[in-house]
Design a protein around this ligand. Structure first.
Ligand code: Q9C
Ligand code: ZN
Length: 353
């Protein structure tokens, strides 16, 4: 499989995130991608390349899953942040006030001119710093997702979009969970637009893929499945429960498989089989796997206990679905193990495919 990696990823390097009342160093760091790239050089799976996609096609692909209002905000956010106060050039932008969706009478239909208010309007947490290079890095990631989808549409069995910041928490018009543009959703929509009638997204990150779920929630042509830590105790807390099954035309086309903190690979693997049966029953013609490696036992912010060797098995099981597959790179914060775990999964897939 080819890997499309993002040459702009390091332009997004947050300094700190809010955690339990204080600022702590970001978990989502550029070294994560560098470790995966280094491991792919040691254990090659196929060509390693940067994406070459048409600029207009890229903007169109991003615009298929994110609102124009959100994209205008994201594109101009850094300039507005610095315009508020030149001293801001040295600091990341983090939100500190939110309209709580539509609760308590707060409005989200009127766009404030105040940048700090806009940042709150488009964010759902205070752990996702927006920096000078965030837009360039996120857009470069979308290019990887689009290139991977194009490669698979052209007949490749699989392709890997290796980018950061990750994407699966980003929704139609919001950022959060270290995510800005939803690479997995962009890939899924690109596969649809290239003629795949039914696309399944199977999210294996530790955290519920709330952004992807929300993007496709009312659609029957994209099945979204997520295996994740129970939102009763785990981030993102406010979505990811079993009773969220889709709405309208999309009713029955979202599946949440939540597992308790502490879950190990044998239960996780059984759950993957449940997920794969749903993909099969749906009749998917292509698959997108938002690949988070934060299910690893050594992950500093997560609670499952998978071991490095388990990722081979995971990859083999995913290959058994027999579908053209795009992988996107999501979480995984045990930085020195993330390369091994990612490549184990992809190697397991490739061996079995
Ligand atoms: N700063 C992904 O794995 N943690 N995102 C909240 C407060 C947020 C994880 C801690 C975890 C987001 C892509
Ligand atoms: Zn995660």
């Amino acid at each position: 499989m080819k890997t499309f990696h993002n040459p702009h990823h390091a332009a997004h390097a947050g300094q700190q995130e809010m955690f339990r009342g204080r600022m702590v160093p970001c978990h989502e760091v550029p070294a994560r991608l560098d470790f995966v790239l280094a491991e792919l050089q040691r254990r090659p799976l196929g060509a390693l390349q940067t994406p070459e996609v048409d600029d207009a096609a890229l903007d169109a692909a991003i615009g298929r899953v994110h609102s124009a209002r959100y994209l205008d905000f994201l594109r101009g956010a850094w300039a507005e942040w610095v315009a508020m106060d030149p001293a801001n050039a040295e600091r990341d932008a983090l939100p500190s006030v939110w309209p709580l969706s539509n609760r308590h009478g707060f409005r989200n239909d009127v766009l404030p001119t105040n940048f700090a208010a806009c940042l709150g309007l488009f964010s759902f947490d205070s752990g996702s710093p927006l920096t000078a290079g965030t837009w360039a890095a996120a857009r470069g990631g979308a290019a990887c997702a689009l290139a991977a989808a194009q490669d698979v549409s052209a007949g490749a069995r699989s392709a890997f979009a290796l980018s950061r910041p990750p994407g699966h928490h980003a929704g139609p018009d919001f950022l959060g969970g270290y995510c800005f543009l939803n690479n997995a959703a962009i890939a899924a929509q690109a596969l649809r637009d290239a003629g795949h009638a039914k696309v399944a997204v199977l999210d294996v990150d530790y955290h519920h893929g709330n952004g992807t779920q929300t993007i496709f929630y009312e659609r029957a042509d994209v099945l979204t499945v997520s295996i994740h830590g129970d939102p009763a105790t785990e981030y993102p807390f406010f979505l990811g429960h079993a009773d969220e099954r889709g709405a309208g035309a999309g009713e029955g086309f979202n599946l949440n498989l939540a597992l308790p903190r502490g879950t190990g690979f044998s239960v996780w693997h059984e759950t993957l089989n449940t997920a794969l049966q749903a993909v099969q029953r749906f009749g998917a013609t292509a698959l997108v796997v938002p690949m988070g490696l934060d299910t690893f036992e050594g992950d500093p912010i997560s609670g499952f206990t998978l071991k490095s060797a388990d990722y081979f098995t995971m990859g083999e099981a995913l290959a058994a679905a027999g579908l053209p597959t795009v992988f996107t790179f999501e979480g995984g914060y045990a930085v020195d193990a993330v390369g091994t775990n990612a490549v184990n999964l992809l190697e397991g897939f490739q061996r079995a495919a």
